[in-house]
Design a protein around this ligand. Structure first.
Ligand code: 6LC
Length: 422
């Protein structure tokens, strides 16, 4: 990362207020506390700004700051940290539902769960949280014989869902409730809570919080959660084409040396995750490793604030370590003896899903050999202001060498400021 920025004195800095505490990682990020007033000199990317606090300069995450004028502060207090208007607005259109329904691995996994547990679902009460167009509820009604399915959907799609339920002759069984799951009132508790809540890197969007609230309020003692557990998986990988496209490009475009732009490119392209990345199995430098596992029966909302994991990879072939790729797996326990649990795996060894995978680039690539070890830790830190967002930080070293610091150690803080549905 770059530590000085030229030309910043040309424009007068703007004052911003910190919305919450932030601890910088690395020497070029500032740490600050809620209420601190920072001077923002430049905005090299939409995520990271170059700012000053008590005469010390460094990068700061833009989402933690708000303009300091009284007028702006008022606006911020009116803003919804869940961005529900925008969120449910986007689920009120067909684009995202088409994307989700066209994802066969995803939709078939839920169909399989219902089908292979149809005997156990007989006469059961089910809640389908965030039912969208109602596909899971309709699977329940048509492939099993539940006594009732509460199909809960907050977006305006619910109007159409009601029509779809009727059109498919399931209105006796499926009851569509247009409301946020947090606000519903039911006459009874449910036996099964099914939901498709997983986001990029498993948790982005944090719809899981709504599922946990509904579990605590509406799932009967001994009731079933689908998914029953989920895991976030990590692998060190090569990313030659992405690296070439965003970084090596500046080496000699049109025969000219544009390398002074590389620190800017690093800042702009590599400090946030690349969503919708498809990693080739051949670009995985080692076997993947589950770094975080969530048990949907015991997970608490407060646990979501900070989730930590560790990893140790053994490099299996020589290559260039460009970054880490993450994805998730969701597990659906079986209620029936003899039928295996269903698994939805969004990793590179399975058919690509609409989530694809997420790539986190290192500051600098590292050449590695077979037998090298890459170990470290991952922290998912939920944004204290914007509740659907989080920062993912990876600390790592190769062969335990903390002394070879510059090349072999990096921190990657990546915050999703624009949700993937935008
Ligand atoms: C699923 C998202 C669907 O769940 C989408 O239709 C959205 O409007 C609905 N939804 C999300 N949160 C709630 C809630 N608290 N109450 C009611 N409906 C909700 C796909 N998204 C992910 N898998 N991330």
């Amino acid at each position: 990362m770059q530590t000085e920025k030229e030309g910043e004195d040309d424009v007068s800095p703007e004052e911003y207020v910190a919305l919450s505490d932030f601890t910088g990682s690395g020497s070029d990020q500032l740490s600050f506390s809620r209420g601190d007033r920072l001077l923002v000199h430049t905005k090299p990317s939409s995520e990271w700004w170059w700012a000053e606090l008590q005469e010390v300069k460094g990068y700061v995450p833009a989402s933690y700051l708000r303009k300091s004028t009284a007028e702006e502060e008022e606006d911020v207090s009116l803003e919804d940290p869940w961005q529900d208007e925008e969120y449910f607005g986007s689920y009120g259109t067909l684009r995202l539902h088409l994307e989700m329904l066209s994802d066969k691995s995803r939709t078939e996994a839920y169909r399989q769960v219902i089908l292979s547990n149809s005997a156990s679902l007989k006469n059961k009460v089910v809640m389908d949280l965030g039912c969208g167009t109602g596909i899971i509820s309709l699977f329940c009604a048509q492939l099993a014989q539940p006594s009732l399915v509460y199909a809960v959907e907050a977006s305006s799609m619910a109007d159409y869902t009601r029509q779809l339920v009727k059109q498919n002759g399931s209105e006796e069984v499926v009851s569509v409730l247009q409301a946020r799951a947090e606000e519903i009132e039911l006459p009874e508790r449910v036996d099964v809570l099914v939901s498709e809540w997983m986001g990029n890197s498993l948790l982005f969007e944090f719809m899981v919080e709504s599922v946990l609230l509904a579990r605590d309020r509406w799932l009967r003692e001994g009731g079933v959660m689908w998914p029953s557990s989920a895991a976030l998986t990590l692998v060190p990988c090569q990313a030659h084409s992405y690296y070439d496209e965003k970084m090596a490009f500046w080496e000699r475009p049109y025969g000219l040396d544009f390398t002074p732009l590389q620190p800017l490119a690093q800042q702009e392209f590599f400090t946030k995750p690349k969503f919708s990345h498809l990693v080739e199995p051949a670009d995985c430098l080692s076997s993947p490793c589950d770094v975080i596992s969530l048990d949907m029966y015991t997970l608490q909302i407060k646990d979501l604030e900070e989730i930590k994991g560790q990893f140790q990879f053994c490099v299996e072939k020589p290559g260039v370590f460009h970054g880490f790729t993450t994805w998730f797996t969701a597990h659906f326990e079986s209620l029936e003896t003899g039928s295996p649990p269903v698994e939805l795996n969004t990793g590179p060894h399975f058919k690509p899903t609409h989530w694809k995978q997420t790539l986190f680039m290192l500051d600098n690539p590292v050449s590695v050999c077979a037998g090298d070890s890459i170990s470290g830790s991952i922290v998912l830190h939920r944004n204290p202001v914007w509740r659907r967002h989080m920062t993912i930080t990876l600390h790592w070293n190769v062969n335990g060498s903390t002394e070879e610091t510059e090349n072999c150690k990096a921190n990657i803080s990546s915050t999703l400021f624009f949700l993937p549905y935008n």
